[in-house]
Write a protein of this length. Sequence first.
Lengths: 157, 305
Amino acid sequence: MVATRTGDGRAAAVGDERDDAHESRIARRVTIGTIVVLLLVALVQLELWPLTAFRLFSTVRTGDSAGLQLVAIAPDGTQQPLRLPGDQVLSTTGHQYPDLPHESAAVQRAKVRAWLVACGIDPADVAKVELVRTSRSAHASGTPQVTATKVLLEVTP
Amino acid sequence: MSASPQVAGPVTRRGAARRLVDRADAALTAPGPWYRLLEVHTLVALVIGLRLAVRDWTRIADRPAILTQHWTVVGWYPGAPPAWLLVTLQVVGLLGVVLVLARYRGRVGFVVAWVAYVTLCAWWGSSGKVMHNDVLTVTVAFPLLFSRPPARGETGSSVRFGWPPRAALAVLATVYLLTGLQKLRHSGLHWVFSDNMTWILRQGAVDRAGDLAAFVADHPWLAQGLAGGALALELTAPVWLAIRQTRWLFAVAALIMHTSIWWLLGIDYSAWVLTVAAVAIPMSLRPDRRLLRTRVAAPVTVTAT
């Protein structure tokens, strides 16, 4: 190997060999350790960002799909689906909808109020909010048809 | 000494496996030139700096605390972080990148930039959806945290300079392999040989690419070809990245794949493209060739062994 910077002969060469051995140990520990952790996390499907199972589009899509939607219902019965703001931070909070039925009543109410405010709706103007599951089916044309709707939860904000 | 036929098989297999491990170990810990570590270290830091600079991190503060999920490394933090803390982290992270670029306390600068980046990304993604946009950069940069980049005037070739870019390359290959393996695990080859890609395009295409997405979706052979190409690229990433001459080709293929995903579906994987380029392009060069020609004072070198 070619040593760096010094021309101090034998002592420098011995020091470099010791340094190389030390660096080799670090190289093995860091590389193998990182790869083993990545493999284990993927194996057990852990999601604790930045530890992730790297499931990117890993399930098969079909023409049948289902989605959850919050719908605000005014005292006069007018229905208004909640449209979350487009930015990534707020729009992705919609991924919490499936957990909503499993939360306590207080948390359900607090979350629903937060979503209403995020959508620019005054909770005082809303009689109740429904969590609606909509199933759709599409044929080869790609135009989806609603096949079923079901109210999973009602929350009074 | 001779072995009986009954034990020759396992012994031979163990010997072959041992030789493979030894070869991988020798490749990882071989000396490397100082400028290769400097190039990869600097380029990955630049990717982190770019991601830190271009995003309005204060949007995190707009997310109500009740809607903040805690399945991240910053899950211990109660509620939503205030805007001043987010901006402070952004500035501190960018200062870390500046230290790397200035080659003044570059190792510390890289660690500071990485920690700030991880923290901000973890908060950004605490909305309930697993976000992968920045996770490749974070993961590939991790081995570089343990590297000691060359100081000014320090040149030569050593194990210290050689292993970190190779470790980053190995981690990069592992991540792409895992994305492919998860598709096989959860969907099998059905992921390719079904209407899967057709429906991904029909259901997820953005307005600007509606016509192109419809065209691809209307031609199953084309949709399946796209799916097969993507899966093949992910599964063969370790091969592409193990061979120096094909590393730049992998970077080009990744660019095409992620750009087409962005164009058709609007999903931004630019950090993946940049990270692949930051590692794979310098590592595709001959060891005696630098990415950029810079004038360096001739070092005093000695041949040790």
